[in-house]
Design a protein around this ligand. Structure first.
Ligand code: GZL
Ligand code: ZN
Length: 341
């Protein structure tokens, strides 16, 4: 819990600025704008500042919901939530704001791995533990963050590659040249880097696999459709599309059918996707998407359990991984009804 002295100093400064504000410029201040996280410290709440990447995908929305569901006042928290709308500079601003408010913990999903050393050093100097959620940072000093709660993206990518190798074997297509187009997520994001590395580590074992292109489609449906259209026009024969999230896969399937081709188990183009949101699992069940590698967004609960351990002064691991599956038409039926997002 932060020093009470700081609290008193800050509260009087805030009160003075408010009084000046009201008397000085006659500005009508709404009561809630006096909201000060310190007020909640008195109630013994743990103040958590969360900087979220944005709201680019169904997965991201579910990830945000998992945070908002657990960091509630009933559970003993005061949550300050910021949506960075896909901009790193907005995340850095949010982290600086959390530091100046002297929150108890910072939780954030870094949109890309690079560019965090300075602001994380400021958080460390302020004595505020930083917990990474979902994606990772690449920093010179690993002590700049306490732990990461998220997925093993390289394993997800390798699972996709292994599924394709097994599937092509079953189809008797091990000797055929297999032309593969990749729709990649946000450049520099851990999920993009890991899924690419994992898939390509399997691809290099199959000299008949021909990677046509890895296009940056930013994890969105619109960009996925646009890049898929362009690659269909560029390459005569695309046998496989590896889409690094479902939102881009939705766009790709639209573009492929607009080009007069079909996708999935009986289709012209094999579609491999990631995230496994409900809408995509329904397409797996219908045979429109061949396989969906789950990326579990329900990370809020695990982040909260880590904070509870830190509150008790217990040591924590450097990484915690969420459980994930691979969904195919054979097994998706058992899981689809329990998928809430
Ligand atoms: C994965 C996460 C990715 C999702 C996308 O953990 O970083 O970001 O796969 C989301 O849907 O945009
Ligand atoms: Zn072909």
């Amino acid at each position: 819990m932060r020093c009470r002295r700081a609290f008193c100093k800050r509260a009087s400064a805030l009160l003075l600025s408010v009084l000046l504000g009201i008397t000085g410029c006659g500005m009508e201040l709404q009561p809630e704008s006096l909201e000060d996280p310190y007020a909640h410290k008195e109630e013994g709440l743990t103040v958590v500042g969360v900087s979220q990447v944005g709201s680019e995908s169904v997965w991201r929305t579910a990830n945000t919901a998992s945070i908002q569901r657990v960091f509630t006042q009933e559970n003993g928290y005061f949550l300050i939530f910021d949506n960075a709308r896909q901009k790193q500079e907005n995340q850095i601003k949010a982290l600086r704001s959390f530091i100046s408010q002297q929150v108890d913990y910072i939780v954030f999903s870094p949109i890309e791995e690079e560019g965090w050393d300075t602001v994380l050093q400021e958080a460390k100097d302020a004595g505020i533990p930083v917990i990474l959620m979902d994606r990772n940072v690449k920093v010179a000093d690993e002590s700049l963050y306490t732990t990461r709660v998220g997925s093993d993206f390289t394993r997800e990518g390798a699972d996709a590659g292994q599924w394709l190798a097994d599937y092509l074997q079953e189809q008797g297509r091990q000797q055929e040249t297999i032309n593969i187009a990749i729709l990649a997520g946000t450049e520099g994001a851990t999920s993009t880097i890991g899924r690419s590395e994992g898939f390509l580590s399997v691809a290099q074992e199959h000299e008949n696999w021909n990677i046509l292109e890895q296009a940056d489609a930013e994890f969105t449906t619109a960009k996925g459709r646009e890049e898929m259209e362009r690659m269909l026009n560029t390459y005569g024969d695309i046998d496989v599309v590896v889409s690094q999230n479902d939102d881009m896969a939705f766009g790709a399937v639209e573009a492929i059918s607009e080009a007069g081709l079909t996708t999935g188990t009986e289709g012209d183009v094999i579609v491999i996707s990631f995230d496994a949101v409900r809408k995509a699992l329904e397409m797996v069940e219908k045979g429109i998407i061949n396989v969906d590698i789950e990326c579990n967004p329900e990370q809020g609960g695990l982040v909260e359990r880590v904070i509870q351990k830190l509150e008790r002064g217990e040591a924590v691991e450097k990484a915690y991984y969420v459980q994930e599956k691979v969904f195919t038409p054979e097994n998706v039926g058992d899981y689809i009804d329990s998928r809430s997002y």
